[in-house]
Design a protein around this ligand. Structure first.
Ligand code: HEM
Length: 237
């Protein structure tokens, strides 16, 4: 087992993702040389998942949300930070959708999460504005300049709902909250989670640019992880 930051004993995604490619068996030529069949190209999802596993692990560890000392006041602060991220991010997507971005339209058509955060903050008695630590909105267009970059960002946001399912169970038990009393955001899509994730994966593959442009999707996904880390972990309390 490699090095793990203090306080982070398990990486849930890391374990969920463990497995690896099955070995490819060679055929032998008459001259006795082993010939291996060509490896199938990874799907865009495989590429994004494998390419961001270290970022996911770092963020999961740095957030350390399953720690014993995580109290309701920490949860309130976390929601405020999420809100400070989602407000400008979803505005950016809304603007992009208005400028014919098919990828942003996919997200804006039934996947926005800002109102869930607002509902939770209201339920927990937190006033959200004015708040100094909002992610500067003008940073988004430069960081996500193409459809592929936005695709990578949306992969990260929709994927984070999978971790949310683990977290919502944990918070329900340890913080004694329900969807109506502050757990709406982490409840995510609820019983529709699987269907929504499958739709996201189908959408990813349908928008896969193939070839060298795929690197833009990976850059977009990695940038999203970096931004979330800056905003959720490194932001002032
Ligand atoms: C803002 C924070 C987070 C982001 C952006 C994020 C992002 C993601 C992404 C993109 C995936 C999809 C991976 C795939 O392609 O299959 C994922 C899955 C997952 N995440 Fe996170 N995650 C976050 C926080 C967490 C935390 C704190 C936990 C731990 C409680 C967690 C646990 C998981 C698990 C268990 C899965 C895999 C679920 C499955 O395969 O069924 N995540 N996350």
């Amino acid at each position: 087992m490699g090095h793990q930051p203090a306080g982070c004993r398990k990486h849930l995604l890391f374990h969920a993702a463990a497995g690896g490619q099955p070995a490819r068996s060679p055929t032998m030529t008459g001259a006795g040389h082993a010939v291996y069949p060509p490896a199938a190209a990874p799907s865009l999802h495989d590429l994004l998942r494998a390419g961001t596993t270290p970022e996911h692990r770092d963020l999961e560890c740095a957030l350390n949300l399953l720690r014993a000392g995580f109290r309701l006041e920490d949860y309130r602060r976390l929601l405020v930070h999420y809100h400070g991220f989602y407000l400008p991010f979803e505005r950016f997507l809304q603007d992009s959708a208005g400028r014919q971005s098919t990828v942003a339209r996919f997200y804006c058509g039934g996947r926005r999460k800002l109102s869930w955060l607002e509902q939770d903050l209201r339920a927990l008695g937190v006033a959200v504005a004015p708040y100094a630590a909002y992610m500067a909105e003008q940073r988004f267009p430069a960081l996500f300049p193409s459809e592929e970059h936005i695709l990578g960002a949306i992969y990260v946001i929709e994927g984070s709902m999978l971790g949310g399912a683990v977290l919502s169970k944990h918070f329900r038990k340890h913080l004694q909250i329900e969807a109506e009393t502050g757990l709406r955001f982490f409840s995510g899509y609820g019983p529709e989670s699987r269907e929504k994730w499958l739709e996201t994966l189908q959408f990813l593959e349908s928008r896969d640019p193939g070839g060298p442009l795929r690197i833009h999707a990976l850059d977009g996904a990695r940038r999203m992880f970096v931004l979330l880390r800056q905003h959720l972990v490194d932001a002032p309390a």
